[in-house]
Ligand binder design. Structure first.
Ligand SMILES: CC(C)(COP(=O)(O)OP(=O)(O)OC[C@H]1O[C@@H](n2cnc3c(N)ncnc32)[C@H](O)[C@@H]1OP(=O)(O)O)[C@@H](O)C(=O)NCCC(=O)NCCS
Length: 130
């Protein structure tokens, strides 16, 4: 469903490895009829103070009702339980919704970083202490 939820082709950014290897620290929300939202995140195996949120999505019918906020707050608790004090994420500069959401969630929003994932890519960084 991610291409529909994002409104653009995004599936290659969610390879199966994230579900196979990070499901214990990721979250889903269900409404009985199916998936209402999800968060893919993990405590960094290499940076002992940090946790990272790779993807968050909420079904269009459930937006603006606090669902993603709830997923983030549960993930913050999980990250604290793992001894983490910093949460990071990134998004595409065109994703104004994601930038507004992360700002509301208390993240510091950086300027787009040219070449973040190699030539031709530019991404906005988010950082928040928890
Ligand atoms: C971004 C997204 C996950 C937000 O989910 P959501 O459940 O609607 O967000 P919430 O209802 O929990 O909102 C949390 C806060 O963000 C704000 N917010 C959410 N969407 C917003 C928008 N489009 N514009 C401005 N603010 C927004 C809310 O007002 C709320 O603020 P408040 O709690 O201080 O009142 C959802 O819009 C989505 O799935 N978008 C498509 C996928 C995507 O772009 N994901 C992020 C990039 S990985």
């Amino acid at each position: 469903m991610v291409d529909d939820w994002w409104g653009r082709p995004i599936l290659p950014s969610v390879p199966r490895l994230f579900l196979d290897h990070f499901h214990r620290t990721s979250l889903i929300a269900e409404d009985g009829g199916g998936l209402a939202g999800f968060l893919i995140g993990f405590p960094s195996p290499s940076l002992p103070d940090e946790a990272y949120i790779h993807f968050v999505g909420v079904s269009p019918g459930f937006r603006k009702s606090g669902l993603a906020r709830g997923l983030y707050e549960r993930f913050f608790d999980l990250a604290r339980d793992h001894g983490r004090h910093v949460v990071k994420a990134i998004t595409a500069p065109v994703n104004a919704t994601s930038i507004a959401f992360h700002r509301r969630m208390g993240f510091e929003v950086g300027d787009p970083v040219p070449g973040y994932n190699g030539p031709g890519t530019s991404l906005v960084t988010f950082v928040r202490t928890i």
